[in-house]
Design a protein around this ligand. Structure first.
Ligand SMILES: *[C@@H]1O[C@H](CO)[C@@H](O)[C@H](O)[C@H]1NC(C)=O
Ligand SMILES: *[C@@H]1O[C@H](CO)[C@@H](O)[C@H](O)[C@H]1NC(C)=O
Length: 377
C-alpha cells in the first residue's frame, strides 16, 4: 500500500506543480524553476519525515471541489480497521463518505479527517426517533461536531410507503432537525432521507417524471420539509437494475454511458445515458410534488463486478469511469450543475445478499486493492 500511496501522491504533486506554473507565467523562468525546486525539496523532506502528512496535505488540496463520494458499508466480517479505511479514502483522494449508521468507531476515526459525511439513521431506529431525537443527536452528533464534517443526516434508507416504518420518517426528520436547531447546527447539517426509484410512478420520458399515487402521500410532505429547510433529497440511482429489469427496451450501452448519440429525445432535451435521464426524472417528480428548488443528491450508484447478468469487471469499469466523468457536467435539464454522487460501495461486502451480485459492488477488495482502473477526481 505504501508504494501505491507514494505513486498517488507524486502524481498529484506534479499536477499541483503545473497548476501553479500556469498562474505564474509572468515570472522569470529562473524564479519559477527555483520555487518549483524548493517545493519539490519541501515535499521530499516532508515525505521522508511523515508520509501520511503529505498524503493529507495533498488530500486537502484536491478534495475541495469534488462531486464524488463513496459509501462505506460494513456488512462484512473481513474489512480493514476504520483508521485504515480513512487512510484509503485519503490516499485515493475521496473527499466524501456515506455511512449507514452512526458507528462510533467510524466517527472516532473520522475526527479531523476533513472528509464530508452523510450519516444514516438505521431504519430500525426510526420509530424511537419519531418519538424523540434528543438521545440520538446527543450520543451520535454533538460529541463529534465539529471534528467530523457532517453534511447530511439520511433519516432512513429506501423506505417505501407500504413499509411499517414509513409513518415515522417525517416525524423523525423533524425531531432531528429541531435538535440541530437547538445546537445551532441546522445550516451546516441538512436532514434528509434516501429514497429508491420504486417511488416513481412515471419515468418515461423524463419530463413525465411523477411519484406514484401510492408514494405521493408519503413523499410529498417530506419534500415540503426539504423545501422549507433548504435540504436536498437523497436518491439511490442504479442504471444497472434498470437494465436488468428491462433489457429489451434499455440498451446496455445506454446504461453504461457508451451510446454515441441521443437515445431519448424529450422536447428540447436529448438523453444519451440513463443516469442523466433518471436524475432529470427525479427533478421533474420533485418539482411536481412541490419542491421546485429541492436538489437531488445521488446517495448511491454502482455496478457489480460479478455474480450475474452484465456483472463483469469490464462493464463495471466502464460504468464507474463514465459516471465519475459525467457527474461534473450535470444533466440535460440542468447542464453544468454538478451532481453530488456517492459510489456504492467502498468494499465488497461478504455478508450481503441474497443476490450474488450484492457481494460484488465494492471498488476495493477487503485487502484494500482497487478492483478497477479508475481515479476519483
Ligand atoms: C461498528 O463498527 C465496528 C467495527 O467495524 C463493529 O464491530 C460494530 O459492530 C459496528 N457497530 C454497529 C452498531 O454497526
Ligand atoms: C457486459 O455485459 C454484457 C451483458 O451481459 C456482456 O454480454 C458483455 O460481455 C459484458 N462486457 C464486458 C466487456 O465485460
Amino acid at each position: 500500500m505504501r508504494i501505491g500511496l507514494l505513486d498517488n501522491g507524486y502524481g498529484r504533486f506534479v499536477g499541483g506543480c503545473c497548476y501553479s506554473r500556469r498562474n505564474t507565467h509572468h515570472l522569470p523562468t529562473t524564479r519559477i524553476v527555483f520555487s518549483s525546486v524548493a517545493i519539490i525539496l519541501l515535499f521530499y523532506f516532508l515525505f521522508l519525515f511523515h508520509p501520511n502528512l503529505v498524503t493529507l496535505i495533498l488530500f486537502f488540496y484536491a478534495a475541495s471541489a469534488q462531486s464524488i463520494g463513496v459509501c462505506y458499508g460494513q456488512v462484512a466480517n473481513n474489512l480493514p480497521p476504520e483508521p485504515e479505511v480513512i487512510k484509503l479514502y485519503h490516499s485515493n483522494r475521496i473527499g466524501k463518505m456515506r455511512i449507514y449508521n452512526p458507528n462510533h468507531s467510524v466517527l472516532e476515526a473520522l475526527r479531523l479527517s476533513n472528509i464530508e459525511l452523510i450519516v444514516g439513521v438505521a431504519n430500525e431506529d426510526l420509530q424511537s426517533i419519531a418519538n424523540s431525537a434528543t438521545d440520538w443527536v446527543q450520543r451520535n452528533i454533538l460529541p463529534y461536531a465539529p471534528d467530523v464534517k457532517f453534511k447530511y443526516i439520511a433519516v432512513g434508507n429506501e423506505i417505501k410507503p407500504q413499509n411499517a416504518e414509513s409513518s415515522y420518517v417525517l416525524p423523525a426528520m423533524q425531531n432531528i432537525y429541531n435538535e440541530l436547531v437547538a445546537a445551532n447546527l441546522q445550516t451546516q447539517i441538512k436532514v434528509s432521507t434516501a429514497i429508491d426509484l420504486s417511488l416513481l410512478g412515471s419515468s418515461y420520458p423524463p419530463s413525465s417524471g411523477l411519484f406514484s399515487a401510492t408514494a405521493a402521500p408519503y413523499i410529498s410532505p417530506i419534500i415540503g420539509f426539504l423545501a422549507n429547510t433548504n435540504a436536498p433529497l437523497l436518491a439511490n440511482v442504479y442504471t444497472y437494475f434498470g437494465y436488468l429489469a428491462d433489457p429489451a427496451n434499455i440498451k446496455l450501452s445506454y446504461a453504461l454511458f457508451t451510446e454515441p448519440g441521443v437515445v431519448v429525445r424529450d422536447g428540447q432535451f436529448g438523453y444519451q445515458n440513463l443516469f442523466g435521464a433518471i436524475v432529470d426524472t427525479l427533478y421533474y417528480a420533485v418539482e411536481k410534488a412541490g419542491g421546485p428548488n429541492v436538489e437531488i443528491v445521488v446517495s448511491e450508484s454502482g455496478w457489480p463486478s460479478e455474480g450475474g447478468e452484465a456483472a463483469t469487471v469490464d462493464n463495471a469499469t466502464t460504468y464507474l469511469r463514465n459516471l465519475i466523468g459525467n457527474v461534473k457536467g450535470g444533466t440535460p435539464r440542468k447542464p453544468g450543475k454538478a451532481i453530488e454522487t456517492y459510489l456504492f460501495a467502498m468494499f465488497d461486502e461478504n455478508q450481503k445478499g441474497p443476490a450474488e451480485t450484492e457481494r460484488h459492488f465494492g471498488l476495493f477488495s477487503p485487502d484494500q486493492v482497487l478492483k478497477y482502473q479508475i481515479s476519483f477526481d
